[in-house]
Design a protein around this ligand. Structure first.
Ligand SMILES: Cc1cc2nc3c(=O)[nH]c(=O)nc-3n(C[C@H](O)[C@H](O)[C@H](O)COP(=O)(O)OP(=O)(O)OC[C@H]3O[C@@H](n4cnc5c(N)ncnc54)[C@H](O)[C@@H]3O)c2cc1C
Length: 460
C-alpha cells in the first residue's frame, strides 16, 4: 500500500537560461483550471461582460469530476429542516439541463437517509461543459499547463506562463482566478497558502474506477451489503482493504457502477501529496493495484458482479486536498456544523464534513432538523491582505479556496465549488467594469448580480 520510493532527491540545481516567451493572447479575465469552480467562474465572468480565457491542462473540462472519475455531484442539495432541496443554483442549472438533454444525468439519490447526491455520465459532463462555455463566448485553451507568472512592479500579476503543445507561451490578463484545485497560480505568485491540518496531514486520495456488465437485478441495492461483505472477507483472511466506508453505486446506465474505495498512502502511512511528482506517480501504480484487487473481491463476493469488468480507471488519482488559500476568511468545520451566516454570502454549502482519514471516512452532520446549510463568504476567495504578495488582481475559488482542513472536507465538493467559481467570475467582471480590484468589489453589487443570475444566497 505504501510508496517505497518517496520524493526524488535533489541533486543540485541547474540555471535555466533566460529566454523570450511569445505573448499568445490578452484577455480581461484568465481562469486557471476547468473543474466545477473554473467552469462556473468562466461562464459567470463572460455572462457579466468580460472577455475570458479558461486554461486547462487536460483536453476536457470537469476537473476531478471527470479527470478523477468522480461521476457524482455532491453539495447541490441540502437537508433544510428535514426537507431535501437543491440549494446551489446559477450557472450549474444550465450545466445540469445540458447534461440531462444528453441523457447523462441521473435523478438525485438519497444517501445515509439524509442528503441527496446526483450521479452523472462523464462524457455528458465533458460535452455539456464545452457547450456551456462555447455558448457564453469563453475562449478555452486545452492541453496548456500553467507553470509560472510574470508580475508587474507593484506585485500584481501581468501574465501566466503556459507550457502548451505549441511551446511555452504567456497570456496576459487584468484579473486572474485560480481554480486549479491545487492553488498552482497562487503558489507561483508567492501568495500565502496552507496545506493539511495542524500536523500537515491531508485528506487521503482515492483512485476511482467504474465497473461494467453488472447484473442490476441480482445486484439490487448491493451498496447496502458491500461493507458487511468486506468485513466478512477480511475476517476470513481472504482480502485486505485499504479503507472502510466503501462507496459502490450504480450510474445512470444501471449495468455501470462507480467504485470509491481505494486509499493512497506514502511509506509513512500519510496521505500522498498531490503536489509531489514522485508521490503522485507511486500513487497511480498503487491505486491500480488496489483496483485489480477490489474487482477480484466484487466478482467473488457480491451477487450480480460475477461477470463485471473494469470499464475504466480514472485518468488520474483523485486528489481531495492539497494547498488552500490563506484567505481573508477561512471557512471552518464549526461554520459548516452550526450553519453559519455571513454578511458577504455568495451562496451556500449543504454538504457535511466528509473527512478521509487513515483507513476510514468520518462524517459529521449539522444537527437534525437544522437549516442544513452554511453560507459561504466572499472573503474566502480573497488572498489575506496581511500576508499578501502584492498580487491584488487574483481570486482563488474551489477546493483550494480559504478553508481550514476540516472546513474544506465539506465545502470542497462540486456544489460549493460551483458557488465559489460563479462568485469569483462575477466579481472579476464587475470589478473591471467598476474600475476596482476584484477583491474590493462592492458586496451588495456582487450579491445583486448573483441573485439576478439565479444564485441562492441562503438569506431566506
Ligand atoms: C476520489 C474523489 C471522490 C470525490 N467524490 C465526490 C463526489 O462524489 N461528489 C462531489 O461533488 N465531489 C466529490 N469529490 C470532490 C470534488 O470532485 C472536487 O473537490 C471538485 O472537483 C473540486 O473542484 P475544483 O474546480 O476546485 O478543482 P478540480 O476539480 O480539482 O479542478 C481543477 C482543474 O484545474 C486543472 N489544473 C490544475 N492545475 C493546473 C495547471 N497548473 N495548469 C492547467 N490546469 C490545471 C486540473 O486539470 C483540473 O481540471 C471527490 C474528490 C475525489 C478526489
Amino acid at each position: 500500500m505504501a510508496s517505497a520510493r518517496g520524493s526524488p532527491t535533489r541533486r543540485g540545481d541547474l540555471i535555466e537560461p533566460a529566454r523570450a516567451i511569445p505573448v499568445f493572447a490578452e484577455h480581461d479575465v484568465l481562469v486557471l483550471g476547468g473543474g466545477p469552480a473554473g467552469i462556473a467562474a468562466a461562464a459567470s465572468a463572460a455572462a457579466h461582460g468580460a472577455d475570458v480565457l479558461l486554461v486547462e491542462r487536460y483536453g476536457f473540462l470537469g476537473g476531478m469530476g471527470t479527470a478523477a472519475g468522480v461521476t457524482n455531484f455532491c453539495g447541490l442539495h441540502a437537508n433544510v429542516h428535514g426537507e431535501i432541496r437543491q440549494v446551489v443554483h446559477g450557472v450549474v442549472d444550465e450545466l445540469l439541463d445540458r447534461m440531462r438533454a444528453l441523457d447523462g444525468l441521473s435523478d438525485p439519490h438519497l444517501i445515509f437517509g439524509r442528503i441527496h447526491a446526483q450521479a452523472y455520465d462523464m462524457s455528458a459532463y465533458k460535452c455539456a461543459a464545452d457547450a456551456l462555455l462555447v455558448a457564453r463566448g469563453v475562449h478555452v485553451l486545452f492541453h496548456a499547463l500553467g507553470v509560472g507568472v510574470v508580475r508587474h512592479e507593484d506585485g500584481a500579476i501581468d501574465a501566466l506562463v503556459l507550457e502548451t503543445r505549441s511551446g511555452r507561451v504567456a497570456v496576459r490578463a487584468r484579473t486572474f482566478i485560480d481554480c486549479s484545485g491545487d492553488g498552482d497560480l497562487a503558489h507561483r505568485a508567492g501568495i500565502a497558502l496552507e496545506k493539511g491540518d495542524d500536523t500537515g496531514r491531508l485528506l487521503y486520495p482515492t483512485l476511482m474506477f467504474r465497473v461494467g456488465n453488472v447484473d442490476p437485478a441480482r445486484a439490487g441495492e448491493a451498496w447496502r451489503s458491500i461493507p458487511q461483505r468486506m468485513e466478512e472477507a477480511e475476517a476470513a483472511g481472504e482480502f485486505r482493504f485499504p479503507r472502510r466506508g466503501a462507496i459502490v453505486r450504480p450510474q445512470k446506465h444501471e449495468t455501470e457502477w462507480r467504485v470509491n474505495v481505494t486509499q493512497l498512502r506514502d511509506a509513512e502511512g500519510r496521505a500522498i501529496d498531490g503536489t509531489d511528482a514522485q508521490s503522485l506517480s507511486d500513487a497511480e501504480i498503487e491505486g491500480r493495484r488496489q483496483v485489480v484487487e477490489y474487482l477480484r473481491f466484487l466478482r467473488a463476493k457480491v451477487p450480480g458482479f460475477e461477470d463485471a469488468y473494469t470499464l475504466d480507471i480514472a485518468p488520474q488519482v483523485g486528489i481531495r486536498e492539497t494547498r488552500r488559500l490563506a484567505a481573508d476568511y477561512m471557512l471552518t468545520a464549526d461554520d459548516v456544523l452550526r450553519c453559519a451566516d455571513f454578511a458577504d454570502s455568495i451562496g451556500v454549502n449543504g454538504w457535511p464534513i466528509e473527512n478521509h482519514v487513515a483507513g476510514d471516512v468520518v462524517w459529521k452532520w449539522t444537527p437534525e432538523g437544522s437549516r442544513g446549510y452554511n453560507q459561504l463568504p466572499f472573503r474566502m476567495l480573497v488572498p489575506r491582505r496581511s500576508v499578501g504578495s502584492g498580487a491584488t488582481n487574483v481570486l482563488v475559488a474551489g477546493r483550494c479556496a480559504g478553508m481550514t482542513h476540516e472546513g474544506q472536507s465539506a465545502a470542497r465538493v462540486s456544489g460549493a465549488c460551483f458557488v465559489m467559481g460563479e462568485a469569483a467570475g462575477a466579481a472579476a467582471a464587475l470589478a473591471l467594469r467598476e474600475h476596482v480590484a476584484a477583491r474590493d468589489i462592492d458586496i451588495a453589487l456582487l450579491q445583486r448580480a448573483l441573485e439576478d443570475a439565479g444564485v441562492f444566497l441562503g438569506s431566506t
